[in-house]
Write a protein that binds this ligand. Sequence first.
Ligand SMILES: [Zn+2]
Length: 147
Amino acid sequence: MQCVGCNEHELIEVSAEHRLRVAGFAFIAQMPMRRCPRCGLKHLEDAELEKFEHGVARALALSAHINHEALQFMREAIGASRVQLAHELNTTDDGIAGWESGQPIPEPMLHGITRLVLHKTDRPSVPQVKMRPLAKTRDSADRWKCA
Ligand SMILES: [Zn+2]
């Protein structure tokens, strides 16, 4: 593995904070990464990113904040297509598409989605992810860009 910033080959293993903004919240977890000693760029491997996203999906599922953006994120994090999710929830992919574009999600479906996401992300390798509301001001929101 080499640095995508400067092509340095000797990267150092570190534990560093990874952040992501989804659905009006910031999600933060300590993740194993490789840091470039030359340019300082931190690299998060795809497998680690997948674990982080499972942790984010889990935090969203456990929260009472499942909106259209959260639904789409969770679906993609668990690797399900709309058709697959519709099948799991005994509904239609048009229904899923509607909820992902902002139509209200019926309560029983919210429960079904929560159960499914918690089941699919129930692994010891999934990190604890902290979730906190984003400040509304543009200035502070911009500081939360994904590293
Ligand atoms: Zn570098």
